[in-house]
Design a protein around this ligand. Structure first.
Ligand SMILES: Cc1cc2nc3c(=O)[nH]c(=O)nc-3n(C[C@H](O)[C@H](O)[C@H](O)COP(=O)(O)O)c2cc1C
Length: 176
């Protein structure tokens, strides 16, 4: 199997990380994979904010997420205490922004897998990011004013292994 196919097959969501930080080289590789991803009309509109998992803004975002849900803080934050979080933002009024962000985040997840790192695509902070009328989180994450949260990636060294998800091709595929 090719390395690409192997990474696709082996990637699965990591919901437990060690405290080991990513090296600068690993981070550069992940960001390059995001930047090399295709975008509709080659607009290259996705903005990538790299945030340390222990930056106070991450806990503040978690508190806001739980406040909006009227729920108590759970054992883990949305990013499962990953050492690095990459937030992808883009203009909502560009037709392909959400798809472009989805492609870029998966490129980075596959790059992480190929480096032996774990990752988790995280959408659960969407409401907290979008309800932020003062742009507090956007400013902390240096997101340009015209762009808004699309999706995020938690990444770090795996503290757990999880088998890839089971799927049922008969339900999801038609060879027409
Ligand atoms: C758009 C999107 C948003 C997601 N958001 C979250 C999330 O907020 N929290 C979480 O734990 N997993 C999240 N996931 C991970 C999915 O739950 C996971 O991909 C799915 O259960 C399949 O498992 P696998 O990634 O191990 O194959 C998200 C995945 C996608 C594609």
């Amino acid at each position: 199997m090719s390395e690409t196919l192997n990474s696709i097959a082996k990637r699965s969501s990591t919901r437990g990380y060690t405290t080991e930080k990513l090296t600068k080289e690993e981070l550069d590789i992940l960001l390059t994979a995001g930047l090399q991803s295709p975008t509709g009309t080659n607009k290259q509109e996705i903005f990538f904010s790299v945030i340390n998992g222990d930056d106070p803004v991450i806990e503040e975002l978690e508190q806001e997420k739980m406040r909006l849900r009227n729920a108590n803080r759970g054992e883990h934050n949305a990013f499962y205490e990953a050492p690095t979080i990459i937030v992808l933002s883009a203009e909502d009024d560009f037709r392909w922004s959400a798809i472009d962000a989805g492609i870029a985040v998966q490129s980075m997840a596959l790059a992480a897998e190929s480096l032996g790192l774990g990752s988790l695509i995280v959408g659960s902070v969407y409401d907290a990011m979008r309800a932020d009328k003062r742009n507090y989180f956007k400013e902390k994450m240096q997101i340009p004013a015209e762009k808004d949260f699309q999706i995020a990636l938690a990444v770090g060294h795996k503290a757990m292994e999880k088998e890839p998800h089971i799927y049922d091709a008969a339900k999801q595929v038609a060879i027409v």
